[in-house]
Write a protein of this length. Structure first.
Length: 524
């Protein structure tokens, strides 16, 4: 059991003292990093960041594919007192520039592939002043570029690194918002450490575990995996989900004991035709979040992993994790997402902010641990989701997160998720703003109106459907829109379905009637 820690850096230091030469981070390609190495490298990089004039609270972007360098960077920024901003490597240049400018990222740690995406002139187009390249090949003689290896070999001496406490901001996690631009969720060291402690407690994560990481660390779900693993002495294997066969191969080869995924991953694994060729008996637990799995696939997972505990979970970036269904209840209630996690209470509230009765639908609200500090530089959006209210069991008004999700509690107090109250699309585990997609397609000449919406899909959760208003030839505009989509949008935001129409219904005020559009086009 890991010692008490209040910051991300402390959690690693304690683990390095406890587990020392044990392997902390591995890749499926055979790279290993011990707890001691991770501690030493993160300390060296933290000192180099300070020499680059990174001060407490400064934002540092981490834009790399999943790698040991990415893990070292997370802990180094945290130890230096900076705020790490993990940028999904699937983002496009415009989105990277927007995020950098939005939270004033001062320094960017990136690999060669991501540097190509961001562009070598990222320093002139954004707030970024310096870049640390994790690849020698992409480093240049420019004063703005540094090599990761050189940074680790720096001779800078400091008596101590900055003091960091639990209430200090640790990270800004960007998630799409209804305004069309990504919103940055502000999380503290306490948020992240409490999340690791609570989840590790009910999953019983320990130094005997070997955890396969398939999710990007830019997801709070993926970030929690690495922080939990390192805090509790487990060995984490870094990978990306590409092919189903690879996942089964890794489970068998590395004797994986823990695995987290989103619905599309579980559905693909469940449909893999050769799964019986692999030994998955080492797998102690699996977890699902980021969307609801249909009960048929839940039952299928119990067949594929008969010796494995299955945890169905629910959460939101603004409060990380809210509920989980114990494995013993999965077959009894495969459509439920369970009860509140330790140190959290979950409510279902009606439009008046009152507690709903059992089976009554309402908005899911979260009280207790893990509540974020709101959205970066967006108090209006923060006030809509984080409110101070007093419910019957509260002595005073307290901070409560209103999820925007609709659900209900059954007579036993178990939660059921029904869907989004707003128009957000949830596809492949991503929460996607329709407006962010629409803005891209409005750039195409001849497009007079665009509506993006989600239509239910058993594999993806929702498929992205785009309705285009135009007087141009249907095939021509569809082809052009598809090309624009591939250039401008990350893969997970690219539409699966298109409809072209010469006109759209409008409201009395002349705006596109989104509700009517959903009625007309909201099916596959």
């Amino acid at each position: 059991m890991s010692k008490v820690s209040f910051s991300i850096g402390e959690s690693l230091t304690y683990s390095a003292d406890t587990y020392s030469e044990h392997i902390a981070v591995s890749t499926t390609k055979g790279e290993d990093l011990s707890f001691r190495d991770l501690e030493e490298k993160s300390n060296r990089l933290a000192k180099f960041l300070i020499s680059c004039n990174i001060r407490k609270g400064d934002r540092v972007g981490i834009f790399t594919n999943k790698s040991p360098e990415q893990v070292v960077s997370i802990y180094a920024v945290a130890k230096a007192g900076g705020v790490f901003v993990l940028l999904n490597h699937k983002l496009k240049k415009d989105q990277i520039v927007y995020i950098c400018n939005n939270c004033n990222i001062k320094l960017l740690i990136a690999d060669s592939i991501c540097i190509q995406i961001a562009g070598n002139n990222i320093c002139s187009e954004s707030s970024v002043e310096k870049i640390i390249s994790t690849d020698k090949s992409s480093a240049t003689d420019s004063m703005a570029f540094y090599c990761f290896e050189t940074a680790l070999n720096n001779e800078m001496t400091l008596d101590h690194l900055p003091r960091v406490v639990g209430e200090d901001v640790a990270s800004i996690i960007y998630t799409s918002g209804s305004t069309g631009k990504p919103k940055g969720v502000i999380v503290t060291h306490r948020n992240i450490i409490d999340g690791a402690d609570i989840v590790s407690r009910y999953l019983s994560i320990c130094e005997k575990d070997r955890i396969l990481s398939l999710l990007p660390f830019s997801f709070d779900y993926g970030l929690n995996q690495v922080i939990s693993s390192i805090k509790y002495g487990a060995q984490i294997y870094l990978s990306d989900f590409v092919f189903e066969m690879d996942v089964f191969k890794y489970i068998q080869e590395f004797k994986i004991t823990g695995l987290a995924g989103v619905p599309i991953i579980w559905i693909k694994l469940a449909n893999f035709p050769y799964l019986r060729n692999f030994d998955v008996s080492s797998l102690r637990y699996i977890t699902n979040s980021g969307g609801k799995i249909s009960k048929n696939y839940v039952y299928r997972l119990t067949e594929i992993f008969p010796q494995t505990d299955i945890y169905l979970m629910y959460g939101l970036t603004e409060a990380f994790r809210s509920t989980f269904l114990p494995p013993s209840m999965v077959k009894k209630k495969p459509e439920s997402i369970g009860k509140a996690i330790p140190n959290v209470e979950i409510y279902v509230l009606n439009a008046k902010g009152q507690l709903c009765n059992p089976e009554e639908k309402g908005e899911i609200a979260h009280r207790g641990a893990l509540i974020s500090q709101g959205y970066w530089d967006n108090p209006e959006a923060t006030d809509k989701i984080i409110k101070y209210i007093k419910l019957p069991n509260m002595l005073i008004k307290e901070k409560v997160v209103f999820s925007g999700d609709e659900g209900y509690l059954d007579k036993d107090g178990d939660l059921y998720f029904l869907g989004r109250k707003d128009e957000m699309i949830k596809s492949s585990g991503y929460r996607i703003s329709p407006t962010e997609i629409e803005e891209v397609f409005y750039e195409e000449p001849g497009v007079e109106g665009v509506v993006a919406l989600g239509v239910e899909d058993i594999e993806l959760g929702q498929k992205i459907k785009v309705i285009i208003q135009t007087r141009l030839d249907v095939q021509e505009i569809t082809d052009r829109i598809k090309k624009l989509s591939a250039i401008k949008l990350p893969v997970y935001m690219q539409p699966h379905l298109f409809e072209v129409t010469p006109s759209m219904p409008v409201t009395s005020s002349g705006k596109i009637d989104r509700s009517k559009i959903k009625q007309l086009y909201g099916k596959v």
